[in-house]
Ligand binder design. Structure first.
Ligand code: PMP
Length: 407
């Protein structure tokens, strides 16, 4: 962790330097959307100030510059995920669109009546509903790997759930609601033993530790730019090239074709086949800048900081009388999810905001998981590279205020 300092990192995030309701802003909601370093904001603004034009089709200078900025960002994503080939990187709007894309292309092609799609009880709605829709369309069945009281997947059940009818396993890398880190490498190995491809929802993982898609051997990996300290509206679907090449297009339109006649369209090569229409070029440029920024800080250093701060936060929050922390998975990352005796999570969130502390309260788009834990909602404090022990201390002080208010 040489040279890493969250205090120093904070200087790169101008938004953090403000007061909210007369208090120092304590931003503990990065799992919902992370703040952006100035380098990202500058890169977007530089693009619009100097290079803006549509990509791929133009021969003029600005179009060439925009294209090279866009394709340069794709290469940065490839490097970040350690993908083999830049053609394996598809730009989408976010994790949600990445998963819908796979469900509606790979899924429609490969999932038929009587087949099964396997997810887990830890999933965000973005990794449930697209599969539910697919299963409804195709007459297939959605099944799930259960979760135990700690927030770990019950992996004893996995082999029985990976049946000859299972066409894909879709699993989160890190639970956004509990912070459980799923041993995805093991799940992938076990699914592959039966010839079943695996999609990993990496929305909450890429922000906290290095991810290597070749080492994981996942078939698909999805994440969102805005959680990775980049802009909203851009995200990534990684897919193994051989697999992407078997998949039909997602949306039809410009850029995804090689030639069009009224009778027949020849689709473009991957990844362009999946990128119909004008992409979010500035978004991709901003995401590329975020990746440069994170690599400059060092993902290993970020991982070490996040681990250390999470341990501190869990202990501190648990020390508040009446608080119960949910989810004690063997390995955890990024979030402390908790409830407080007799106080509704929304009331907690509101009082914390008065103290300048931003957290999320609700079901975190994981209603089936909340049901497993017998709660409708929790309060979730989520951590990022710019959070400090001081932030956690402010949270704890504010939680004591909540106790005072509710007597
Ligand atoms: N999966 C997980 C684990 C998430 O945390 C989120 C965002 N909360 C999503 C998927 C959806 O991401 P987006 O809304 O950026 O598409």
């Amino acid at each position: 962790q040489t040279g890493f300092s969250a205090e120093k990192v904070r200087e790169d995030f101008p938004i953090l330097n403000q007061e909210v309701r007369g208090r120092r802003l304590v931003y503990l909601d990065s799992a919902a959307s992370a703040q952006k370093p100035k380098a990202v904001i500058d890169a977007i603004s530089h693009f619009y100030l100097h290079d803006n034009a549509n990509v791929h089709r133009g021969v003029h200078t600005l179009s060439e510059r925009a294209t090279s900025a866009f394709e340069g960002a794709r290469e940065k994503v490839r490097r970040f995920l350690h993908a083999k080939d830049v053609k394996e990187i598809v730009f989408v709007r976010g994790t949600t669109e990445a998963i819908n894309l796979v469900a509606q292309t790979f899924g429609r092609k490969n999932v038929g009546p009587g087949d099964e799609v396997l997810i887990t009880a830890l999933e965000h709605h973005a990794n449930i509903v697209p599969w539910q829709m697919l299963c409804e369309q195709q007459g297939a069945t959605l099944r799930q790997v259960p979760v135990d009281a700690h927030g770990d997947l019950v992996l004893d059940k996995l082999d029985a759930l990976l049946t000859p009818r299972t066409r894909i396993l879709a699993v989160t890398h890190v639970s956004n609601a509990l912070g459980s880190v799923v041993p995805v490498k093991e799940l992938i190995r076990r699914a592959h033993e039966k010839g079943i491809p695996v999609l990993v929802d990496g929305a909450q993982a890429v922000t906290h530790f290095p991810v290597d898609v070749q080492e994981l051997d996942c078939d698909f990996y999805a994440f969102s730019g805005h959680k990775l300290f980049g802009p909203m509206g851009i995200g990534v679907l990684y897919g193994k090239k051989a697999l992407l090449e078997t998949m039909p297009p997602y949306q039809g339109g410009g850029d995804m074709i090689l030639s069009v006649t009224l009778e027949k369209t020849i689709y473009n090569r991957v990844p362009y086949r999946f990128e119909a229409g004008t992409p979010d070029v500035a978004g991709a440029v901003g995401l590329g800048a975020a990746i440069d920024y994170l690599e400059g800080v060092g993902m290993q250093a970020i991982a070490a900081h996040d681990r250390e701060l999470l341990a501190y936060a869990e202990q501190a929050v648990e020390g508040v009388p009446g608080v119960r922390v949910l989810g004690k998975a063997r390995e955890r990352s990024g979030v402390v999810s908790f409830v407080m005796e007799e106080v509704h999570p929304h009331d907690i969130g509101t009082i914390l905001d008065r103290e300048g502390v931003a957290v999320r309260s609700g079901h975190h788009c994981a209603q089936p998981l909340m049901q497993c834990f017998g709660v409708a909602a929790t309060v979730r404090a989520s951590l990022a590279l710019y959070n400090t022990r001081e932030d956690v201390d402010a949270l704890v002080r504010a939680l004591h205020k909540v106790r005072e208010v509710f007597g």
